[in-house]
Design a protein around this ligand. Sequence first.
Ligand code: WQD
Length: 322
Amino acid sequence: MWMITGGAGFIGAHVVRAMTEGGRRVVVYDDLSTGDRDRLPENVPLVVGSVLDRGRLDQAFREHGVTGVVHVAGKKRVAESVERPLHYYRENVTGMATLLEAMADHGVDRMVFSSSAAVYGMPDVDLVTEDTPCRPMSPYGETKLVGEWMVGAAARAHGLRGACLRYFNVAGAASPRLSDSGVFNLIPMIFERLDAGEAPRVFGDDYATPDGTCVRDYIHVRDIASAHLAAAVRLEDASAGTALTLNIGRGQGVSVREMVDRVLRVTGHEDVRPVVRDRRAGDPARVVASADRIRRELDWTARHDLDEMIESAWRGWRHRHP
Ligand code: WQD
C-alpha cells in the first residue's frame, strides 16, 4: 500500500491516478490546505492530516498497512518562500524529517520524493544533468535540496530506498476536474489575462536566448505522474540503500514567446499581441533538462506534447472559470 502525501493537490491527484491505473493500492494523506477532496476517486481513502503531525502519521501507517510513501505534499511558491522562509523550512524540511522518522519507526522503507528543477538555481549549461551543481536561488529550492539530502542520508543510515524526482515546468491536466486551480505559472497566467481582456505579459525579451525570452522545459503532468509510477515500481524491487535522483523533463527548450504564441493559437486568440514587461527578479535565462538518466534508469520517457498541455490546461481553466 502506497501513501500519497499531497494526493488531493494538482500533481498529487495525477500521481494517485497513475498509481491506481498501474495496479497499486493507495491511501491519500493531505491536510487539504490547498488540496481538494473532489480530485479523488471515491474508492481511494483519504486521511486528513499534516506531515508535521506525527501521531496522525503513525495512525495512518498502522491502519492502512503502508509500505511506501510518495511524498508530494509541500509548499511550492517561490515568491512566497522568499517572504516566509521559515514557514517553508517548517513545512518542507521539518515535515520531511517527521515523515522519514515515522517511516523508519514503522519499517516503511520506500520513498518517492517530489523535488524540483529549482534546486539548480541559474544553471549555465545547455542541458541540465543531475550532476549539474545545485545552487538554489530561493528558500523553496533550498528546502527541496535539503529534502533530497535527507533521502540520501536515510538511505545510507537506515537502508531507505528513495527516488528524488526533479520536476521541470509542469503543465496540463488529465481531466478538467484534476486541473491546477492556482494561477502562479505562465500558462494559467496567460489564460487569466485573456479572460480579463488584457494582453499576456512577457517578462523580459533581452535575455541571451534565440528570441530574447526565457527558455523552459515544459512537461505534461500526466508524464510527471507516470514517472512516479515508474519510480515506485523500481523501488519495490530495489536493494536497501538505493537512492536515485532523476530529472523529469522532455529535454526540449520552449521560449516564453513561443509558448505565448502557441497558447494564443490553441485558444483562438490569434488577434491578441503580447506585451513585453521588465524582467522578473530571479528568472534564469534557460533551464532545460537532460532526460537521459531517467530514460536509462527507469526506461521512462515523456509522451505528451505542448499542444496537449495547452489544450488540457485550457479545458481545466474553462471548467474552473465557466
Ligand atoms: C516561466 C517563464 C517567466 C508569467 C517556477 C519555479 C519552479 C517550478 C515551476 C515549482 C519565466 C515567464 C511567466 C507571465 C512571463 N515551481 N512568464 N509572463 O519561474 O520557470 O518556474 O515554477 O515547483 O521551481 O521556479 O515558471 O511558469 O512562473 O515562468 O513571461 O505572465 O514564463 O518570467 O521565464 P518558472 P513560471
